[in-house]
Design a binder for this molecule. Sequence first.
Ligand code: NOJ
Length: 565
Amino acid sequence: MSHAVSPAPEIRRTASAEAAPWWRQAVVYQVYPRSFADLDGNGLGDIAGITSRVDYLDELGIDAVWLSPFYPSALADGGYDVADYRDVDPKLGTLEDFDHMVAALHERGIRVVVDIVPNHTSDLHEWFQEALLAEPGSPARDRYIFREGTGPDGSLPPSDWVSAFGGSAWERVPDGQWYLHHFAVEQPDLNWANPEVRADFVRTLRFWSDRGVDGFRIDVAHMLTKDLADVLPTQAELDAMPRDGQHPTIDRDDVHEVYAEWRAVFDSYDPPRTAVAEAWVDRSRVPLYASSESLGQAFNFDLLEADFDASQFREIVTANLELAQSSGSSSTWVLSNHDVVRHATRYGLPDAERGADGRPARKHGQEWLLSGGTDPKLDRERGERRARAATLFVLGLPGSAYLYQGEELGLHEVAEIEDGQRQDPTFFRSPGADLGRDGCRVPLPWEASGPSFGFGAGEAHLPQPAWMGEYAVERQDDDPDSTLALYRRALAVRARVQADEGLEWIETGRPDVLRFARPNGWQVVTNFGDAPHALDAAGSSVVLSSDPGAAPGVVPPASTVWLAP
Ligand code: NOJ
C-alpha cells in the first residue's frame, strides 16, 4: 500500500490563507550549491546544475529555494567567506547562469532566496586586501576591527576571546596589529559602525533584488554591531554578561537600526523582498528580528536540539507559535540544515546527552562521528522512520518549513570521511574534538550507480560512501513507498490545504502521542512512542501516513497521519 491511505478528499481551503504573503507558510528548500548537482563535472556543484534539476524541484512541490552562498570564495568556510558579494564564484558559474536559474525557477513558480553574510567578509575580499596594505588607523582598516596587541611588545592578542570554530578570535598581521574574526581566520569581522560598510550592503541587497531575487537569509544576524571598549572584557566576563541588548558583541539592540534601513530597501520592491534571520538568541528576543520593522522572519532552531520526544516537540511548538504571534510574523520549522547532523541520523542514535541547562552537552552525533560511524550503533531504519514522522508533523504546523537538500531522500549523515578529505574549519581549529559539518554536505546521489552517483561526471568534492546509492533519487522516483514519494505527496496536500495559521491541541490520553487541528479541520497525529495508538478518526479520513504499512485505525509507533474532515 502506498502513503495515500485514501484518495485525498478536498480539505477546505481558507481564502485568508491564500491571500497571505507567500513567505508566511512557504516550504523553502535549502540548496547547498556545491553539493547539489555538478553540471560541468569539476567535482563541485554549480548554478547550471541547479537549473538542470528544476523539474525535480518543481515535482517536489516546494515554494522557494534558499541558496547557501555561491559567491566568489576560497571556501575556507564552505562559501561563508565571501570575496565578492555581487558576483558568482567562477567555479560555480557566471551571473548569466544565475539569471537563467532564477528565470527557470520563477517559470515554475519557485521563489529564490539568497544568503547574505554581513558579519564578516573573506580575507580575500578587496576591502581586506586593501586593509592589509594600509596603515594602522587608516580608513581601509576602519572597515574591519583592528586593534593593538597586549603584552610588553603587543605580541599577545587584544583579548582572550575564542572564535566560534575554536582557537583565538584574533589574528596578527605583519605590521603587528590584530584583527577580530569571530569565525575562521579567513573571515575578518566587519565594522558595522562604518557608514561605508552599511552603504555597501544596501547596494548588495539592491543588486540581487534587481536581478529578481525574492528574499534573503541573513547569516549570524545577531552579531553585526559591536561596542568594544578600549579595555576589552575577558571571554569569561563576556560570557557572564546579560544578553539584554547591550552586550558588547551579541544580539545588540542597535543591530535593528541596520535592519530598519534594509527594511526600507525590501519594501521599495513590489512584491516586497523578504528576509529570515539566522539569529541564535534567547527566545524572548527572537521577535525583535522577526518583526516587520526588522527582518520579518527568524529561524527557530529548537527542533535541531530536540529529541524525538512528544513533550519536547509540544513545548517547542507552543512557545514558538506564541513568539511568532507576538512579532506578527509566522514561525519557521527546521529539522536539518548544513550545520547539523542530519535528522534521520540524530533520530537513529541514542538521545543527545544534556547538560544542567537541558541543552545538548555537545553536538548531537559527535561521538558517533568521532568513531567513524560505529559507536554508538546507528539504527538507520529507526532513524528514517522517525524522521519521516517528524517531517510530516512539522509540515502540518502553521508557519514556514525549511527543508535541507537530501532530507527528502531520507539521507543519513556521512561519517566515513578521512581527515585528509575534510573541509570544515571547525575540524581544523578544534583538532580532534569536533569533526565539523562535512558529513551533511556530501553531494547528493541522483543515480544508484556511476560516477559520483549522478552528481557529476567526475569525483565529488567530498567522498560519497557506497550506501548512498541506495538513497538515490533514481531508486525512489517511482516507488510510492519511498521517502521522496512521501515528501512529494505531503507537499502537494499541504499546498491544496492552505490552512490559516492557527493550531489547537487535541488531547490524546497518551503523553507520547500529539494531535493538533488546523482551523480548516486538517489534523495531524504523531505517535512518538513505541506502542501503537488506536486512532479516533470519527468524521475524518486519513489522507497521508508516514508509515506505508499502517493498518486502518492505527497510528503505528514512530509515525504520523494526516486527517481531513
Ligand atoms: C552560520 C552558517 O550557517 C555557517 O555555516 C557558517 O559557518 C557561519 N554562519 C559563519 O558564517
